[in-house]
Structures are given as structure tokens and as C-alpha cells.
Design a protein around this ligand. Structure first.
Ligand code: AMP
Length: 175
């Protein structure tokens, strides 16, 4: 249904390192029509989900999370790379293809029992979003669902996230 959005994604081979095809969404958001289509599409895949607040993952998850939150009168919580948030945080380390990364969230960003919709632009291995779900649960939140514009099927993120609900707009069979 939203396959037409794929024409706005620019695929860049060997970026940021050899063997990776980078799916660049800047070409979606720099055009008003495709940006609106992307937000409508994300809304369409999550409209049956009951949630209180959106958590956007740095940095492209901020763009889609913010637009969706404003459309739905919901708040937006930022899941940021280590060292960027100014107040007390909880943080979570996770593995990347090479090495480790760490993300964090303000301790007061999520209230006990709040239902959280997690948004990012793309799910690959699922490692980043999995770490985000741990932060949300450590603060007493409940992960209502996770949603992405793009799913790279071959990298298995959907299975890695079980039993969480995973919703995606466009699926690439490869990576
Ligand atoms: P992962 O933790 O493996 O699911 O990776 C997801 C995160 O890395 C997201 O924040 C994506 O924006 C970014 N990412 C991973 N692989 C790609 C790719 N091939 N193209 C664009 N972004 C990617």
C-alpha cells in the first residue's frame, strides 16, 4: 500500500562501511508530499494501538516520532546516545556489528504504568530498539508496540524483538 514511498528512499551502497546498504530517509522528509505520506503510513500501521506517549530513538526516530506525536496530541520522550541528556538518566549498553553503543533516557521521562509506542526510522538487527525497551521497562513503563518506516527482513529484528508488537510500513527482503 505504501510501496510508493520506496521511490523516495535513496539506497547508498558501502555507507558508512563496506557491505552496508544505507537506506537514506532524508529524501523522504525534504519533500512535503512524501513526508506527509510517511507520517500517514506510520499512523496507519499503529492506529489500533493503545498508548500514552511516544519514545523516539536518536536521531531519525525523533523526526518521525515528533511528527506522529504532534498529530496525535501525545508527548514525545527522547531516547538519546550517551552523554546528551542534561538531567538524571538510566542507560543501557548494546552490541553493534563492531563494538558497543549506549543509549539513555531521563529518569522522569516515563511514569509507572505508562504505555509507550517506540518509533525509529528503520529496524535492522533490532539491537537498538531492544535496548530502548529495556530502558522503558526499567522506569516502570509498558511497551505498547514498536513501529518503523523500514524493515530489513534479512537482519531478523522482528524475531529478536519477540514478544513485542512490531509494525513496519515498508519491508526490504534483503539488508
Ligand atoms: P539495529 O539496532 O541493527 O536494528 O539498527 C537500527 C538503527 O541503526 C536505526 O536507528 C537505523 O537508523 C540505523 N540503521 C541500521 N542499519 C541501517 C541501514 N542499512 N540504513 C539506514 N539506517 C540503518
Amino acid at each position: 500500500m505504501y510501496e510508493e514511498l520506496k521511490q523516495y528512499i535513496t539506497d547508498i551502497p558501502d555507507f558508512p562501511s563496506k557491505g552496508i546498504i544505507f537506506h537514506d530517509i532524508t529524501s523522504i522528509i525534504q519533500n512535503g508530499e512524501s513526508f506527509k505520506l510517511a507520517i500517514d503510513a506510520l499512523y496507519d500501521v499503529i492506529k489500533d494501538i493503545d498508548f500514552d506517549v511516544i519514545a523516539g530513538i536518536e536521531s531519525r526516530g525523533f523526526i518521525f516520532g515528533a511528527a506522529l506525536a504532534a498529530k496525535l496530541n501525545k508527548g514525545l520522550v527522547l531516547v538519546r546516545k550517551k552523554g546528551k541528556l542534561p538531567r538524571a538518566t538510566v542507560s543501557e549498553k548494546y552490541d553493534l556489528e563492531y563494538g558497543q553503543a549506549e543509549i539513555e533516557i531521563h529518569t522522569d521521562a516515563i511514569k509507572k504504568g505508562q504505555k509507550v509506542l517506540v518509533i525509529d526510522d528503520l529496524i535492522a538487527t533490532g539491537g537498538t530498539v531492544k535496548a530502548a525497551t529495556k530502558l522503558i521497562e526499567r522506569l516502570g513503563g509498558e511497551v505498547a508496540a514498536t513501529a518503523f518506516l523500514i524493515e530489513l527482513k534479512e537482519l531478523g529484528g522482528r524475531a529478536a524483538l519477540e514478544p513485542y508488537v512490531v509494525r513496519t510500513v515498508m519491508v526490504y527482503e534483503g539488508r
